[in-house]
Write a protein that binds this ligand. Sequence first.
Ligand code: HEC
Length: 301
Amino acid sequence: MKTTKLMERIKSKIKNLSSKYMLLPFLFLTTPLAAQTESSTGISQTTAFYVVIGLLIIVSLLVILLAFNIVSLLKAVVQKEMSPEKKASMEKEPSWFAKTWAKWNDLKPLEEEQDIMLDHDYDGIKELDNHLPPWWKALFYLSIVYAVIYLMVFHVFKSAPLQEEEYEIEMALAQAAKSNMEQTIVVDFDESNVPFNDDAEALADGKKFFEAQCGMCHKADGGGLAGPNLTDDYWKHGGSMTDIYNVIKNGVPNTAMISWESKLNPLRLQNVASYVKSLRGTNPPGALPPDGELYVEESNQ
Ligand code: HEC
């Protein structure tokens, strides 16, 4: 009688479960299907990838849920079969988590606190002679072990670089990368024949640099502040592409206009010079009055 009732319960539970998880196999079926239709409708592969991952996560969560359900079902079955005494004894036992918690905290139960009470009494505030909690001690011992390993690795066997050495290594690497880069930039022009570069990307690069580094003296729009207006037809040192490149590269001695050669590689320099050249006639508001001599554009510049 008892067993038939139990069987019935299990059956109904299984029926319940199977209706809940009926959809699972369909999910698996639809995953590749969905991925296919997506790529044909033009959704990027990364999107499809995340959709698939998302579906997989959902499916795994459902599987975990199912597993929990089965475990609780089995537990119910096992408990049903147990004798009442055994059941009672099981219920009294604290859970694994509670046991671990108590062990790692080494908590004395409230009732036993008298045993560790010291006779210090500060206006009614008493002191317990508690142990340091084991988790704390474990961390302490771990840090000692770590310190020994650290000492061996960094100071005895010197198998890894210390901070300062690390810094020097990185600096050397950067230096190497830099000179490497400078070597690979081979240009077929210098200040005597540098051509104007009208490439939009080059001009944008020049503009970015100009606004960040030159704007403080020439104003971000080139209208001039401490340095002269760069947008008009009057130049102190000539307004041709080669003149401008020359001034930026070598600077003007004894003025605030320094040489930028060490800070700009030749291509960047060409971009900045091209950008300055392109400012001609932009007529920004509040620009400084003309300075220097009228420069008449030559036909080839
Ligand atoms: C600290 C201020 C300062 C900075 C920063 C500066 N300049 Fe100058 N620049 C000047 C001064 C001052 C002059 C005028 C020099 C002279 O009297 O001949 C000048 C002159 C020039 C000239 C020649 C103008 C002419 O009339 O012939 C050009 C071109 C120029 N600068 C471009 C630049 C570029 C490009 C940058 C950024 C990479 C830059 N400057 C950064 C102060 C500056």
